[in-house]
Design a protein. Structure first.
Length: 260
């Protein structure tokens, strides 16, 4: 269950990314305010800060909100698919074990290997280290090959008692590979960078357009939008993020295997 490759953004610790985002947004807001102070007259600066938002500012904020909403929807969609894959794999593993039980005691070695496989899959899904996750993923791939070879050998030795075992093992391996693929980020990295850049530009525009109390209110709005972006990045990090899909279905499947 490998982490998405090649992106510095996803390799950053989440608190560091959050602080960097806040710093960039705050700097852009301050820069907008500074440019306004140099281009506006002193009389204009003394006016009340509750002036209505210029149409262009409202349009920019609306577009920013739309971009963040769509991006967040994509990230949550990926989270839902990852959890569905956990359920599918747990079901496939238990179905494979049921077929193996029908041919016991010939399949005792196969079932012992299957229990080891489930333990490795759980360890890979719950590890907070990207490097350790990659190592466990490679180990699970090796075990998949061994399970396939063992199921094929059992089918050849006793075809009448192990009719479905090879098929369910194949299905289990396919579901496991699909789950690994779903651990990749759903939101394209360029889209995410585009949203971040648009947020920084919007912060500059708000800093330039407002002052006084309204200036502080717009800053609070940008803070909330920044937190949403941090939340999106968190959801897009299945291993190192704080928001991770539940592994309860896999834990239940493992408990059933150990109980029999």
């Amino acid at each position: 269950m490998s982490e998405p490759p090649g992106s510095l953004l996803y390799s950053l610790p989440l608190p560091l990314f959050g602080l960097a985002m806040l710093a960039m947004v705050a700097a852009a807001h301050w820069a907008g305010q500074l440019v306004r102070g140099r281009t506006q007259s002193a009389d204009a600066e003394k006016q009340d800060g509750f002036a209505p938002a210029p149409p262009v500012v409202s349009s920019i904020l609306g577009l920013l909100t739309l971009l963040i909403s769509f991006t967040f929807s994509m990230a949550i969609g990926g989270y839902d698919k990852r959890y569905d894959a956990v359920i599918d794999e747990a079901h496939a593993i238990y179905a494979t074990d049921l077929d193996a039980r029908l041919a016991a005691p010939q399949t005792d070695g196969f079932r012992a290997m299957l229990k080891q496989y489930v333990a490795v899959r759980l360890a890979a899904a719950t590890s907070t280290s990207a490097r350790r996750t990659r190592e466990l993923t490679r180990e699970s791939s090796v075990t998949q090959q061994r399970l396939w070879e063992a199921a094929d050998a059992l089918r050849q030795a006793s075809p009448t008692r192990t009719t479905n075992l090879l098929q369910t093992t194949e299905s289990m391996i396919a579901v496991g590979m699909r789950r690994v693929a779903l651990r990749q980020p759903v939101v394209p990295i360029r889209v995410l960078f585009g949203v971040i850049l648009f947020t920084i530009v919007s912060s500059f525009v708000l800093g330039y357009s407002y002052r006084g109390v309204t200036h502080r209110t717009s800053g609070a709005l940008l803070l909330l939008l920044t937190l949403v972006i941090v939340l999106i990045v968190d959801v897009e990090q299945p291993s190192s993020g704080a928001i991770r899909e539940s592994q309860q279905p896999m834990q239940d499947a493992r408990a059933r295997l150990l109980a029999n």
